[in-house]
Design a protein around this ligand. Structure first.
Ligand SMILES: Nc1ncnc2c1ncn2[C@@H]1O[C@H](COP(=O)(O)OP(=O)(O)O)[C@@H](O)[C@H]1O
Ligand SMILES: [Mg+2]
Length: 306
């Protein structure tokens, strides 16, 4: 079954002085169960608007969003969902433990299961020590972590997370990635937004890039990476002082006994064939690829200039 189905989703806001803002312009997107999907886009692209529409917090101008077969306008569609809003804010006179209990009770969790799950998630998000303190004394990173903890407590099958890594230090970011990978291993669906390419590269199955309210790219992460191969860097162990040439390619640099070659796409097999015949030792082979960041920037720039 599809976890999330978005069809022709549009959202127009009324701006200042009777102007209209088209925040989302006909989005079509299907996320399957068990998939980790990264929704990537610059600030103001329409990521949070999409997420709020899927969560039924905004009404679409047209189109629809469906979670596990139920329309986003039905409260029942959110029963099996963990949701992290952007800039989460909580009843800050409550402690983390009290807040998690409150969330669990909203999902009608049985008492002993709730106590056990609460302990698990507070420990997992490194909030166990602070669990009895009112949240008003929490740092930004702690608030973000309690936001994530409350998505996990009822163990839903679908996670909709708006910028889950924002406001976290490198340790916190690594923890969140780890949690997402854990969810993936357990067959859960995670749909999360971010404006940072690093966040999606290691954890996502697929990535969608949204710019100015339209989806401009949608593919598996490995396809995006593969399509970006620009050539190969090869280091050969060449004792003689003179630089050598293999398959017409001459070393670009030499340091000590190592010569560095740069091969364009398509030249790899002929080059390595000759190297192999000559019996020269290969010290390093590295694929030179455009990374996700370059890909993302090229899409955003294209769109902004056209
Ligand atoms: N309540 C609102 N009223 C008017 N404009 C809005 C509202 N919410 C969002 N927008 C506009 O919609 C666009 C998309 O915003 P948003 O979905 O928050 O982007 P993102 O989450 O990708 O940064 C922006 O131009 C933003 O200014
Ligand atoms: Mg946002």
């Amino acid at each position: 079954m599809n976890a999330i189905e978005i069809t022709g989703l549009c959202k127009q806001f009324s701006g200042k002085r009777m102007t209209k803002v088209d925040a989302l312009k006909g989005l079509d997107l299907t996320i399957t169960a068990g998939e980790v999907f990264g929704f990537l886009g610059p600030n103001g692209a329409g990521k949070s608007t999409t997420i709020k529409l899927v969560m039924g917090l905004l009404r679409p101008t047209s189109g629809r969003a469906v979670i596990m077969g139920l329309d986003a306008s039905q409260a029942e569609s959110r029963r099996n969902v963990g949701y992290l809003p952007e800039n989460p804010a909580f009843y800050d006179y409550l402690s983390a433990e009290e807040y998690i209990s409150f969330v669990g009770s909203q999902f009608k969790m049985e008492k002993s299961l709730l106590a056990q799950r609460s302990e698990e998630v507070l420990k997992r998000l490194d909030l166990w020590e602070a669990r009895k303190r009112p949240m008003r004394g929490y740092s930004k990173g702690m608030v973000q972590r309690i936001g994530l903890a409350q998505t996990l407590v009822h163990d839903p099958d679908v996670y909709i997370l708006d910028e889950p890594m924002s406001g976290l230090d490198p340790i916190g970011r690594a923890l969140v990635k780890d949690i997402i990978l854990d969810l993936k291993r357990r067959g859960k669906c995670v749909f999360f937004s971010t404006h940072i390419t690093d966040d999606v590269e290691k954890v996502c199955d697929r990535v969608g890039v949204i710019v100015k309210g339209s989806l401009v790219a949608l593919d598996r992460v490995e396809n995006i990476m593969r399509s970006g191969v620009e050539g190969y860097l090869v280091h050969l162990q060449l004792p003689e002082a003179d630089s050598k040439t293999f398959a017409g390619i001459t070393a670009v640099r030499r340091s000590g006994s190592v010569s560095e070659f740069y091969l364009p796409c398509g030249a790899f097999n002929a080059f390595m064939g000759e190297v192999n015949l000559s019996g020269v030792e290969v010290a390093l082979v590295e694929t030179k690829r455009r990374d996700l960041e370059d890909f993302f920037l090229s899409l955003v720039k294209n769109d902004l200039s056209g």
